[in-house]
Design a protein around this ligand. Structure first.
Ligand code: NI
Length: 182
C-alpha cells in the first residue's frame, strides 16, 4: 500500500500533456495503478489521473460505485467499506461525444474544497486499453461520462477550473496558493 502525495493546482505537471503508455502490461504500470488506487480510496475520491501523483502518463482510474453506493449515504457506517468497482483506463480516447450536454457539480482532488457546475457532453464513446493490454470500446452516459471526461482532461493538462471564467479561476488559484503555500 502506497498512498502518494496528490499535486495541488496550480502545478506544472498538472498542466502538461501526458505521454501514452508504451507497455500497459509491465510491472511498473501495475505498481503505478496500485499506488493510484491506494491514493484515490484514501482521499477518498471517485477518480484519479496519473499526473495528479506526478506521473505524466495517460492513465486514469475511477470508481463511480464509490459515489453512488454507500459512501454518500448519510447513514453509512464509516467502519464498513463501500463496495468497490475500480476501473483502469490506459491511453483512453473519445471516439464520439454527444451534442447534447448536461451539467454536474464537479470537484477534484487537486483542487480541494472547490465545487462548480460544469457543462459537458452527456454521452461519450470511449476506446481504451486495460492492464492486460486488451483494447475495449464502450458507450457511457450520466455521471460516468462526466467522470471520464474530467479524468481524461487531466491527461491533456486540463482541470475543471479551466472551464470557469477567468475571474473565478483567479479566485480559485488565490485560494489554493493561500492554503498550500503557507
Ligand atoms: Ni480531477
Amino acid at each position: 500500500m502506497a498512498v502518494r502525495e496528490i499535486l495541488i493546482y496550480p502545478d506544472d505537471i498538472l498542466a502538461m500533456v501526458a505521454k501514452p503508455v508504451a507497455n500497459p502490461t509491465s510491472d511498473e504500470i501495475k505498481t503505478l495503478v496500485q499506488d493510484m488506487a491506494d491514493t484515490m480510496y484514501d482521499a477518498p475520491g471517485v477518480g484519479l489521473a496519473a499526473p495528479q501523483i506526478g506521473v505524466s502518463l495517460r492513465i486514469a482510474i475511477t470508481d463511480t460505485q464509490w459515489r453512488s453506493g454507500r459512501y454518500e449515504d448519510n447513514n453509512h457506517d464509516k467502519n464498513i467499506e463501500p463496495e468497490k468497482d475500480l476501473r483502469v483506463w490506459i491511453n483512453p480516447e473519445f471516439l464520439w461525444c454527444s451534442d447534447e450536454t448536461s451539467v454536474f457539480e464537479e470537484g477534484c482532488l487537486s483542487v480541494p474544497e472547490v465545487y462548480e457546475n460544469i457543462e459537458r457532453p452527456s454521452a461519450v464513446r470511449l476506446r481504451w486499453l486495460d492492464l492486460d493490454g486488451e483494447q475495449h470500446e464502450q458507450d457511457f452516459e450520466g455521471f460516468e461520462a462526466v467522470a471520464l471526461q474530467h479524468e481524461f482532461d487531466h491527461l491533456d493538462g486540463k482541470l475543471f477550473v479551466d472551464y470557469l471564467s477567468p475571474l473565478k479561476r483567479k479566485m480559485v488559484r488565490k485560494k489554493m496558493m493561500k492554503r498550500y503555500k503557507s
